[in-house]
Design a protein around this ligand. Structure first.
Ligand SMILES: [Zn+2]
Length: 481
């Protein structure tokens, strides 16, 4: 079995693996490159993928960097099924429809300028109708219900604990007459966090394709992160100030709301107005409520008993642009949660322009900030930033809370891999910037005495060519890592 990387090679976006066996060709994920205009120009389906002759797509989860090129795949002639869990399908619909709306809107604006300059109009990358075709091809997969893609190819989805519906995918083929199991990690969540179940234990593998987004470090502990979050909210209540939280609509927003609910319920903080100013985050939160049965049992109970609704009695959802604009005149203390998570688009931009130059404003960064994003500039402490083309001086207090990440840190990645290391599987590290993958490779070598491959874009790897476990490299006490 061979895999070829068409994304997420020495970077964290664009996940797309072409898998080829003697009798099968399929993709695992078909995600979008994101972050900068240059990255986004790479969003196409390479001819080598040969979309018309693919049997299927196996989708790990609904984040855009894993599903965002599916509409392009349809345009390139793909006709097969797209397998995903029901939760993933709902999230992917939401994210793809939103992306199509943004593409069409941006292109329309750009074309008005081009028309005035006498230039040819551009086509959006994909349109709503292309997303509709993706939706028609989705097929629901249940966790732990293996199914045959072909007589000689079995697929099983298990919980990855990353976002609603996220999965690691086990693929069993036959190599030289023997079963050969390849595990695709997808994106892995942290252990022991609210909302999501822990990543499920996978006991054996011949090859492991794993993400390394935070392969170089551990996050701050959740308890410390929650305490820090709580202290900021308490201070804001005392000072009657505003808190802005740029947040990713899917996953992070629900985590933040969960922790606010807990603070209010326990009486640790006086309940203050919480404005959820993002139509997409509002829809995603509803989807989370709808799929409470596949989430952590604690949150399932809080939802079914109505407790969560009581805890969040001060939550106000802002669907319309008018509701969003009205927040400019709202006085603190209050919390505004708005997208986009990296402060590179969306309603958070208006709130930042309006509030960053006030010293009684708090901005809490709760997720990964890519190079070049406004969020990164804020985290790096720039005294002045550009917001919507305007220079704004930063007098607000900027706090960065890494512990709410939906991604496993290094220790969690090793913990997930450990039960699979007995047979010395081939390990392929993807979905990480170079130094993150290399740090994880070093940690794997220290702990398990095994080498990893860190492939480049379009590299093809023959997974059947396994590495030996190097006994002499095993540490005396592996539990110290
Ligand atoms: Zn993800």
């Amino acid at each position: 079995m061979k895999i070829t990387l068409y994304g997420a090679a020495h970077e964290v976006t664009g996940s797309c693996y072409l898998v080829e066996t003697a009798s099968n060709r399929f993709l695992v994920d078909c995600g979008m490159f994101q972050g900068s205009e240059k990255a986004e120009r790479r969003n196409r389906i390479p001819n080598r993928i040969n979309a018309k002759n693919l049997e299927a797509v196996l989708l790990t989860h609904g984040h855009l960097d894993h599903c965002g090129r599916l509409p392009l795949l349809m345009k390139a002639g793909f006709k097969g099924p797209i397998y995903a869990t029901a939760g993933t399908i709902e999230i992917a619909k939401l994210i793809l429809l939103d992306a199509a709306g943004i593409q069409e809107g941006d292109t329309k604006r750009e074309n008005r300028k081009r028309a005035r300059a006498g230039m040819q109009p551009l086509e959006p990358l994909f349109k709503l109708k292309d997303v509709q075709r993706v939706i028609e091809h989705f097929r629901i997969v249940e966790y732990n219900q293996p199914f045959k893609l072909r007589s000689d190819l079995t697929v099983n989805y298990v919980d990855a604990g990353h976002i609603l519906g996220s999965a690691c995918i086990e693929v069993v083929t036959t190599e030289d007459g023997k079963p050969f199991k390849t595990v695709f990690s997808g994106d892995l969540g942290q252990y022991g966090v609210p909302l999501m179940r822990d990543p499920e234990v996978i006991r054996q593998a011949d090859a492991v394709i794993m993400e390394s987004t935070y392969g170089d470090r551990d996050h701050r502990t959740l308890d410390d992160t929650v305490k820090e979050f709580q202290d900021i909210v308490i201070r804001a209540v005392e000072n009657r100030s505003k808190i802005l939280i740029p947040s990713f609509a899917v996953g992070r927003t629900q985590t933040i709301l969960y922790h606010l609910a807990e603070m209010f319920r326990k009486g640790l903080v006086t309940p203050i107005p919480v404005y959820l100013d993002s139509p997409m985050a509002i829809s995603a939160s509803r989807t989370y409520l709808q799929f409470a049965n596949i989430m952590d049992s604690e949150i399932t109970d809080l939802i079914s008993s109505g407790q969560l609704r009581n805890d969040l009695a001060t939550l106000v959802t802002c669907e319309s642009a008018e509701q969003s604009q009205a927040l400019n005149t709202v006085n603190g203390p209050c919390i505004i949660i708005a997208g986009a998570g990296m402060c590179n688009a969306g309603r958070i931009m208006h709130h930042l322009r309006h509030n960053l130059w006030h010293d009684d404003c708090n901005v809490i960064i709760v997720g990964y900030q890519a190079h070049g994003s406004l969020g990164r500039a804020l985290v790096e402490g720039m005294p002045k930033v550009k917001v919507m083309g305007e220079t704004v001086s930063v007098r607000a207090t900027i706090s960065s809370l890494g512990g709410f990440s939906a991604h496993a840190g290094q220790s969690d990645l090793l913990r997930w891999l450990e039960p699979m290391t007995n047979d010395g599987p081939q390990i392929v590290l993807t979905h990480g910037e170079s130094h993150q993958s290399q740090e994880l490779a070093s940690a794997i070598r220290r702990k398990f005495g095994m080498d990893s491959i860190i492939p480049g874009l379009t590299d093809t790897i023959d997974l059947a060519r396994k590495y030996e476990v190097k006994q002499d490299q095993l540490p005396v006490n592996s539990s110290t890592n």
